[in-house]
Each structure stands twice: as C-alpha cells, then as structure tokens.
Design a protein around this ligand. Structure first.
Ligand SMILES: [Zn+2]
Length: 306
C-alpha cells in the first residue's frame, strides 16, 4: 500500500473521521440492550454497510466498531470468550470499507465502571482487558488505536499503556468533557480540565490529543477545547463533537443538529487548528458528507494560494 503513515498524512492535510456508530447500528436493527459489537462476527455485512456509507461520504479515518469490545464490557452480554475475534473482525471490516486508502483506528472505549477504590473493579482486571483488546486490534491490522470517551486519568493511562505495549503505531487519547453548569468552562466527569488532559496525554506518549462526545460539546465548544489543547501541548489534535446540544425526548437523550447546522460550525472549528475532525453522537454519513465538501473547498483554496 502506498498510503503515507497516518501521522505524516495528518501533517499534510486535515483528515476526516467518521460519525456516530451506535445510532446507525440501532437503525440497522440492533435491539436496545443488544450487543452491537457481536455484529462484527454475526452480521459483518451490516457493520460493513454502515462503514461504507461513511467512506462514500468522504471519511479518511474509520474507528473500528469496538467501543464496547473489551472483555469486561462483552462479559455483560455473555460474549467475553469472543473478545479477540470480535476485535480482529472489526478492524478487518473497517479496512474492507476503506479499501486500500484511509486509516483504521482500533477503538477502545471505557470499560464501563469504576475502578477500586471508587468502584468494585480491580485495576489489574481493567489492565488485562485493555491489553487483550489492544493486542487483537493491532493483530487485526489497525493503523493506530484511539482510547476514547475517557474521563479519568487512571483508566486512560492503562489503555494508553496497553496500546503502546501492543505495538500500535499511533496512539490517540480522546477525552469526553462536560460543560459545567455554573461556569463557562468544561471538565470531565472526574474533574479533568482540557489543559490537564493535553499535558497528561503528551506526558504519556500519545501521538494525538483528541476530544469526543461529552455533554454540551458541540462544534463551538470543540473549537474552544482544541485551542486550549494546542496551547497546552505540541501534539496534533483531533475533534469529534456531538451534533449539537442534547435534547431529552421520551426519556432518551437525542442530538438533533442537522448536517447543515453542524457543518456551519466547521470553519470555526478548523480555524482552531485540529488535524482530524469528525462527529460523535447524532452525526451521520450526511453530516460527514457536508464536512467533506467544506474540507475540499478549503483545500482547493489552500493549494491555489501556494
Ligand atoms: Zn458521543
């Protein structure tokens, strides 16, 4: 394959990520409470169809469909024994969707609980689960690993370490911030500021500092966090905000910004200087398609100005 390494490619141009997976999987028929990650083995064609839509919309970078595919998460669905197979298959599906271009980031999400002493899960068990998942993602051929929707340094550190040990060529940490009610500021659920997050990720050897998801993290808020990351560390930055502010409907949190509304925030986000942009909750292939158009227009202008 002639494609340049991911870190080289993102220096050359802003890369486009993908959008939400969970909602697309539900739309494709996953019943609520079902194990979406098991579809990598049981219905690979459905996962592939969704990821193909993102590639057709213009994504350069796909996250493997493995957000909830560490053994601790899969055990809750009785799928723990298939952990390695699920992760390897997911990378292969994303690679098939991309063909011989683009980049697959093996996705490690939160293990979904609290570690001792705050919760009942031993850090050694979390460490083991992340190591197993990271190894399978690298074996599957991922171009890098993204540890995403993270709120606590302890967990983030274990997953970064696991990704590095597994030999991931690129390691990305991605933090979920919440807008604070009282102040015009953001922190993670565990109290981490963007500056602290950026410094932590740089100190722990991440190649890219990212943010995704969170509460009230829309395009405008993402632009502000990107700027704060860049002021705090020298790493390239990735941003995958949600499609607008959350709306509560029928006991469900929805993100309803249309593709045009979300894409209207892209120029300001790009002005803050991220090197990979995409979407989290509520974003769809249609959102990503408009992002692509804006990025391509910017690129044409940039080349013409040279
Ligand atoms: Zn999200």
């Amino acid at each position: 394959m002639s494609r340049p390494p991911l870190l080289e490619a993102l220096r050359e141009r802003v890369l486009l990520g993908d959008g939400a997976m969970g909602t697309e999987i539900q739309r494709a028929g996953l019943e609520s409470g079902g194990c979406g990650e098991a579809w990598n083995l049981d219905h690979p064609e459905r996962v592939l169809a969704i990821q193909r839509r993102y590639v057709e919309a213009g994504s350069d970078v796909l996250l493997s469909h493995t957000f909830g595919a560490c053994r601790i998460m899969l055990n809750r669905h009785g799928e723990g024994e298939r952990t390695a197979d699920i992760n390897r298959a997911a990378v292969a599906i994303a690679r098939e969707a991309l063909g011989d271009t683009g980049y697959v980031l093996g996705d490690i999400g939160p293990f979904g609980g609290l570690m001792e002493p705050y919760g009942d899960i031993a850090s050694a068990d979390v460490e083991r689960a992340f190591r197993e998942q990271a190894r399978a993602l690298v074996e599957g051929g991922a171009d890098g690993i993204i540890v995403e929707t993270q709120t606590a340094f302890e967990e983030l550190a274990l997953a970064i370490e696991a990704a590095k040990e597994a030999g991931a060529r690129v390691v990305i940490g991605s933090i979920a911030f919440d807008k604070m009610v009282e102040e015009d500021d953001v922190r993670t659920m565990m109290g981490v500021s963007p500056e602290q997050a950026a410094e932590f990720m740089a100190a722990h050897g991440c190649d890219v500092a990212a943010l995704n998801c969170g509460t009230y993290i829309d395009m405008a808020m993402a632009a502000r966090i990107v700027a704060r990351y860049r002021a705090a560390c020298g790493l390239p930055v990735m941003a995958q905000p949600n499609a607008g502010q959350p709306v509560l409907e029928n006991m469900q949190v929805l993100y309803k910004e249309t593709p045009a509304e979300m894409a209207a925030g892209l120029p300001a986000l790009l002005a803050a200087g991220p090197r990979i942009v995409g979407g989290c909750c509520g974003s769809t292939p249609d959102h990503i398609r408009l992002f692509r158009a804006i990025l391509d227009r910017g690129r044409t202008a940039e080349v013409a100005a040279r």
